[in-house]
Design a protein. Structure first.
Length: 656
């Protein structure tokens, strides 16, 4: 819709001149010349919105860079086409006086009726312009009550027909036990309606953890899934994930964590929407605080699949040399280490060939001996004299539970905690809840630091809001240079607050969240809605330059611009309706963007038609107060009398 707006503006104005009785060639010249200023200002204002977005840093900056460049080039080329090819084509066509069919007559009569109704409402609006501005201000202020109720997230969950199940048995579990539990989980997955296929791996992707595994599940496409008897419709991916989580959780000694790939966003971390690290100086206090935090998260409905990289309970066999005893027996620490490594870890002593494969031969103790501390103590080690010494005489052997790993972030000891968002809640609500829990739980000197998708979410929202504010400032500067005025850009930009109000109301009504794709729609909206204001302001200025006072100019210019305003608005809304219907895969990313555009356009178009003229009427008084101090000089009056030219005041009409 946005790329045809310029062509619509030019075409409509040329047709209007043809309706005035001009020839196609003359109408094309006059119509294009008359609309050039408005079309140029509208296009520059759109590009001005995208300039700050293009220079955003980070992952979001790279994402929006392509979007900003594409939109700027597209609207720039559409302006060139509208001001060159469109007048040339219409100069060869007699559009206004061709024979009308029933549909054309109906449309034209409808526009005429709308113009009359609009003019009838506009007159009292201008008489009570302060009341109009006040009412609009109340509506805009009231919309701030909706914003806190909007769900906010980095990216919306999508039905991509694939997800990951992470499974974990207790630390120290054997590979055999993990495999048995995995097979139980696989049976539940493969028997669930709608599951197309799955891939599982014990030990995760790397195969390094014998107590963990993953199941990569692929679902049938949404239209191909069976209808659920209870719901009376086909299940969505999130509903299938919730059902499988419940079923697999019934398996004893098995922890389940579901992961939706669509909520990873653009982060390279684990990809959970709630992800952070707890940091502090003392490891004991840090683990205690983190465990308290985990317990509160598990009890909170804001979170599901709560997990951490802090895993205590890993069995470890510690062999500590008795240095004095070893020295007395003539046994070196190096010899002790080599013997323990060879008997427990294994020692490669040769190779053998089997078919086309060559295999290593490793020698070590049997499994039952490696797991028994008494058997380890019965190992013998040679001393410096070649004598065999029992290992129990030179070492202490004990089995303890320990940590699987110790992590640090920014030179601080850190424990990572991650979770999915609970059903019915948003990412923003969950992050606020965990911040509240952290403030209540963590002792002084210990703090929570968002990471992954949570960190990107916070950074992107602040960056996007800043880009919007900066875009509005740049747009004001562009419009100020275009109109050579500090006043009228404010009038044009009055459409922006009401478009935001309409966008928030639309998101709230349809239950969509404010996310990165909603922001794309919002940025588009910031550029689009100014066109309506520019059309009204530019044509009113032209009427005033012809000698009309501000009220007369508004009453003539605004009804004339009603038709192109409605045409461009309808074109934009019509273009946004197909993605708003949510058809096809990936619809979850297109719907919020389209909803924002439709809601903002509907709301701002209606209010712009009345608020902008009222504001213009008030702003013009400020402009004339400034200009009245610059009254025509006597020399200018004398020159006017000599040449017969007239000096025109924007407020009072002909001066001399």
């Amino acid at each position: 819709g946005i790329v045809v707006d310029d062509a619509i503006m030019v075409l409509e104005n040329i047709v209007r001149h043809q309706e005035m009785g001009k020839t196609p060639l003359q109408a094309a010249r006059d119509g294009a010349k008359e609309i050039t200023s408005a079309a140029l200002a509208a296009t520059l204002a759109i590009i001005a919105i995208f300039i700050p977005v293009v220079f955003m840093k980070g992952i979001i900056g790279k994402f929006f860079f392509q979007f900003g460049i594409t939109m700027s080039v597209a609207v720039g080329l559409s302006l060139i086409e509208a001001l060159t090819l469109t007048p040339m084509r219409l100069s060869k066509l007699q559009v206004a006086h061709t024979r009308e069919n029933a549909f054309t007559r109906t449309v034209n009569r409808s526009f005429k009726s709308l113009e009359k109704v609009y003019l009838a409402i506009l007159r009292p609006t201008l008489r009570h312009r302060w009341l109009t501005i006040l009412a609009a201000l109340v509506i805009f202020t009231g919309s701030f009550a909706i914003y806190p109720k909007l769900k906010k997230e980095f990216v919306p969950a999508q039905d991509q027909s694939m997800f990951l199940i992470r499974l974990q048995t207790p630390l120290g579990s054997s590979l055999q036990l993990t495999n048995e539990k995995m097979q139980e989980a696989e049976k539940k997955v493969v028997s669930y309606p709608g599951v197309l296929r799955y891939y599982s791996a014990v030990g995760g992707f790397g195969g390094g953890d014998v107590n963990s595994g993953i199941i990569f599940v692929t679902l049938a496409e949404p239209p191909d899934r069976p209808v659920d008897a209870k719901l009376g419709r086909r299940q969505r991916q999130q509903e299938i994930m919730n059902a499988l989580r419940t079923e697999i959780s019934k398996i004893s000694d098995l922890k389940v964590v579901m992961q939706d790939f669509s909520t990873r966003g653009f982060t390279a971390q684990r990809g959970f929407p709630v992800e952070f690290t707890v940091r502090g100086p003392d490891w004991a206090k840090l683990t205690q605080a983190s465990e308290q935090l985990l317990e509160k998260m598990k009890k909170s409905p804001y979170f599901v699949d709560v997990d951490t990289d802090y895993q205590f309970g890993q069995p470890e066999l510690q062999v500590t040399p008795k240095r004095q005893a070893a020295q007395a027996h003539g046994v070196s620490v190096e010899s002790i280490g080599k013997v323990v490594n060879a008997t427990i870890g294994g020692l490669k002593v040769g190779k053998f060939t089997e078919g086309s494969r060559r295999n290593d031969v490793r020698v070590r103790l049997g499994e039952k001996f490696r797991q028994d501390t008494k058997s380890v103590k019965e190992i013998y080690v040679r001393n410096q004299m070649g004598e065999l010494v029992n290992l129990s005489e030179v070492v202490d052997v004990k089995q303890i539970d320990t940590l699987k790993s110790i992590t640090r972030r920014d030179r601080e000891r850190a424990i990572s905690i991650f979770a999915n968002v609970g059903q019915g809640y948003s990412q923003d609500q969950s992050l606020k809840e965990i911040q509240k829990i952290a403030d209540e739980t963590l002792p002084p000197g210990y703090h929570m630091v968002p990471s992954g998708s949570a960190e990107t979410f916070k950074e992107s929202f602040s960056s996007l809001f800043f880009a919007l504010y900066l875009g509005i400032i740049v747009a004001y500067m562009v419009l100020g240079s275009q109109y050579n005025s500090f006043v009228h850009p404010f009038t044009v930009l009055l459409a922006l607050p009401f478009s935001i109000t309409g966008a928030w109301i639309a998101l709230y009504i349809f239950g969509n969240s404010l996310n990165i794709y909603s922001f794309i729609g919002l940025i588009l909206l910031m550029g689009i809605v100014k066109k309506n204001s520019i059309l009204l302001v530019d044509f009113t200025n032209q009427k005033r330059r012809q000698g009309m006072d501000k009220t007369e100019a508004l009453l003539e210019a605004c009804p004339q611009r009603l038709r192109p305003i409605l045409m461009t608005s309808v074109a934009t809304i019509a273009a946004a309706i197909p993605p708003a219907l949510g058809l096809g895969s990936g619809a979850e990313t297109r719907v919020p963007m389209a909803i924002v555009v439709i809601g903002g356009m509907l709301f701002s178009t209606f209010l712009t038609l009345f608020v902008v003229p009222s504001a213009y009427s008030l702003m013009a008084r400020l402009e004339w107060k400034k200009k009245s101090k610059e009254a025509p000089a006597p020399a200018a009056l004398e020159e006017s009398a000599a040449t017969g030219e007239k000096l025109v005041s924007p407020e009072k009409g002909v001066v001399a």
